[in-house]
Design a protein around this ligand. Sequence first.
Ligand SMILES: C[S@@+](CC[C@H](N)C(=O)[O-])C[C@H]1O[C@@H](n2cnc3c(N)ncnc32)[C@H](O)[C@@H]1O
Length: 261
Amino acid sequence: MRALPYDALATIYDCWIQGDPARKACHDFYVRWATSQAGGVVEIGVGTGEIAIRIAHGGCNVVGIDVSEPMLRLCSTKVIREGVAHRVALCRMNAMQLGLCNVERIILPFRTVGHFTEREQRLELFKQIRGSLRPGGLFVFDHYVLDREWAAEIAGKQTLMFESTAEDERLRILDSYEFDFGRGIMDCSVQIESSRHSNKTIREVNFEFAWVEPVEIRRQVLAAGFEVVEVYGNFDRAEFASTSEQQIWVLRRPEQARSRI
Ligand SMILES: C[S@@+](CC[C@H](N)C(=O)[O-])C[C@H]1O[C@@H](n2cnc3c(N)ncnc32)[C@H](O)[C@@H]1O
């Protein structure tokens, strides 16, 4: 499997995502959704555990899986520090080869689906998730709907995502994106500038990310054997519309068909 960017982003991940305007609403949505129903939840792409830990504080058990060991290591430290180790189990696993069965609820939050950049990969991901659920089990994930005007405006420019104010230890994180509209792919570059006293280092992490039109997602989730329960257009659960900035899919693995004999 291709190297993923998160090994190199792990130590700055929690700072980096503070600059994302959708983070809070997105995280709040999953915490509310998971804790408002009985039963545990599996979070695919648990990362450093921002969502999982809040769900655990809300009284639900969580299994967090991730392919990045550095992200899981940080997550584990936070889980212990937050006193929720009795509610959170972590496992290094690739979502393309899920070794799970009979799961009641699976979430794939914060646009993680965009890391599956090829159509065939996404279809396989959806099939893996469907196969891991019990009949009637639910799967929720989100992605944004690309705003082409926004894309044209910010292409090639740097956006400041985080800046620390500490005197002798500074950190600045800047994102920039290039868009390939034909392929539906963004080339993302994260520039990390850190300085300690007079020692300054700059490193860059680059990766591809896919945006996916809602019509394609619908086609693929149906092909993977899901039923669509809801599609929201925002994290406040407004119904999806052609002007929506987000697409939040609530899917169900159908109950088993009744035997004819
Ligand atoms: C955008 S982060 C989301 C982290 C966390 N859910 C949050 O909301 O802050 C995406 C996460 O998905 C993980 N990931 C990417 N591809 C994966 C794969 N094939 N299998 C499992 N995890 C994967 C990354 O390592 C990363 O931790």
